[in-house]
Design a protein around this ligand. Structure first.
Ligand SMILES: [Zn+2]
Length: 81
């Protein structure tokens, strides 16, 4: 699946199992350089959607910035980690 973040086209991929990032396991990852959002298949679909929105906010923040809050707080407004 692909999704537009402004003029940027991101690929959304489903990963089997949890995702390792910087030594920690997580359910989602946004790779700005590859323009890819990776979602773990571990959470049930409803929670996975929350993770997707969280990672989508990271993509948005990377390209366009955000309000005067730190990045994680802003992404938490959209979905859970
Ligand atoms: Zn995050």
């Amino acid at each position: 699946m692909r999704i537009r973040v402004g003029p940027f086209l991101y690929q959304v991929r489903l990963a089997h199992g949890a995702i390792e990032h910087d030594g920690e396991m997580c359910y989602g990852l946004c790779d700005h350089l590859k323009q890819c959002i990776l979602l773990s298949d571990v959470p049930p679909p409803t929670q996975r959607l929350q993770v997707f929105f969280h990672e989508l906010m990271h993509a948005w923040w990377y390209h366009f910035g955000g309000p005067d809050a730190d990045e994680e707080s802003a992404a938490d407004l959209v979905g859970m980690r």
